[in-house]
Design a protein around this ligand. Sequence first.
Ligand SMILES: C[S@@+](CC[C@H](N)C(=O)[O-])C[C@H]1O[C@@H](n2cnc3c(N)ncnc32)[C@H](O)[C@@H]1O
Length: 251
Amino acid sequence: MFSPQGPSLGELCVQALSSVERGYDLLAPKFDHTPFRTPESILDGTAHALSELGPFRDGLDVCCGTGAGMLVLRPLCQGLITGVDFSAGMLAQARSAHPDASWMRADARALPFAEDFDLAVTFGALGHFLPTERPAVFEGVYRALRPSGLFAFPIGAPPPLTSVAHWAALGFDLAMRVRNAVWRPPFVMYYRSSPLSAVRDDLTAAGFTVTVAALTALGRRSDGSPRCGLILARKPADAHPPATPAASDLA
Ligand SMILES: C[S@@+](CC[C@H](N)C(=O)[O-])C[C@H]1O[C@@H](n2cnc3c(N)ncnc32)[C@H](O)[C@@H]1O
């Protein structure tokens, strides 16, 4: 399916009946030959928009997969670039494609970093988190950033109600809800569960100051509105350092 080097329909079905982590472990060797890998146009558009806000020191790609986000981080970051993902299979592919970066296996809902980065990005992964899980992801990224650090990621404008894309996303989400109602383990992936307003509210609640820039390089709708925006979530310069246990708590 997708291309001669991509997964077969049978392989995709087995992957979709697995957990998210196991599904990506299985898909990893062929992932870059699927449309699920973030396309270069989105990576280039993001890198171009962020180049006006950098340079940055250390960069983090959350849910890095096979490492697509490194193409954004590498030219923008003068220090270390790191990818984090919970799929060992995806990380193995990323490691061999980008040996200059560091890689860590961790769940994005419990990121193990504290003020280690100046720029964090994420691509193509928000749909893997239920709305109730999103705050933990954003709080973890907030903790991972140094004061004034930036969390940036592209977000697509909802397609018009009359478009094929709208009905395809609706149909996909419905199929996943049925699959998750009747099959364990769940495979959480919903295209319509992360609307801009909810994402913005959750980022603000985590402590970020949020703006949205138009990614006009990715085209406009017939009504002139941009197809894609870039969320720019800034950690305040005067953010308090993460709480460390008091000496008396350790006794
Ligand atoms: C669609 S892929 C995107 C990969 C890459 N960012 C890209 O744009 O090509 C989603 C990635 O999110 C990872 N992922 C999903 N849920 C995760 C979680 N809770 N913690 C860490 N990684 C997660 C998957 O393992 C997978 O590599």
